[in-house]
Structures are given as C-alpha cells and as structure tokens.
Design a protein around this ligand. Structure first.
Ligand code: RB5
Length: 145
C-alpha cells in the first residue's frame, strides 16, 4: 500500500503518479491535497508519513514544489526514511543503500518523464542489506527516530 500526498505545488504530479501505480497494480491511499488551491505541505505530508510510520502503508510518495519540505516533514516520523530524488540513480541508491521507504519529488524541479522512471525504480529496487543495514540501523538508533 502506497501513501500519496502533495501540497498545491505537487498536486498535478500526485494525480499523474496514480496512473503509474495503477499500471504496476499497486494499491494506494491518497492523503490529499485534493486540488491546486494553495495549502501547507506539512498537513498532507504528516498524514502520509504517519501512515508509513505506523505500518498502515508500506511506502510513501510525497510531492511538493521542491520535494524539500515534504522530505523534512517525513523524516520527523519514527521509522521513516525519506529520500528526495531527482534522478533514477538517486532513486536506485536510495533503495539499495538507504532502504528509503518514502520518496519525495519536486514538481517544480523535476521533469515528468524523469519522474516516471524515478517512481518505477523506487518501487522495484530492493534493499541490498549487508553493511548498509548496519548504517541504516544507526540512523534510527542514534536519532531515536
Ligand atoms: C510552495 O510554494 C512550496 O514552498 C512548497 O511546495 C515546497 O516546495 C516546500 O518545500
């Protein structure tokens, strides 16, 4: 189950990401926003990240203008590892090395064709484990999150 969220600046991409998920036969839950009207990214990002933190959702895809605000919000939640990705390489490594469970995207900074590949890569690339697991474990043990 994929948690989706955006503010007004990420609304268009959030709606388009649904078609990618449908094509991959992946269910999703849309935590809002529901229009392009100006709104505050923490409201929507918090709701979706909390769903990942509690285990209600397995992954999250959060979109705002830059992806930065959504990344900041998501990483305040226990067990969440959010990665702002603007390339396929970043999405692949965020999964392989960081076991990222939330992808954040900047609609104003990343072209749609690239986002399609970023989303597909993020959702299909496994975590490598090994030495990376020790490092990821430290992220949580050292921060308490
Ligand atoms: C909204 O104007 C913009 O600040 C927001 O979408 C996001 O980029 C914040 O990080």
């Amino acid at each position: 189950m994929i948690a989706l969220a955006s503010d007004h600046a990420g609304f268009e991409y959030k709606e388009r990401v649904k078609a990618i998920l449908d094509g991959m036969n992946l269910p999703y839950r849309d935590f809002g926003t529901s229009s392009g009207d100006s709104t505050d990214y923490p409201d929507w990002g918090h709701a979706a990240a909390q769903a990942v933190s509690t285990g209600d959702c397995d992954r999250g895809i959060l979109i705002c203008g830059t992806g930065i605000g959504m990344s900041m919000v998501a990483n305040k939640h226990k067990g969440v590892r959010a990665a702002l990705c603007d390339s396929v390489s970043a999405a692949r490594l965020a999964r392989q090395h960081n076991n990222a469970n939330v992808l954040t995207i900047g609609e104003r900074l990343t072209g749609w064709e690239c986002v399609v590949d970023i989303v597909k890569t993020f959702l299909s690339t496994p975590f490598e484990g090994g030495r990376h697991r020790r490092r990821v474990d430290k992220v949580h043990s050292l921060t308490g999150l």
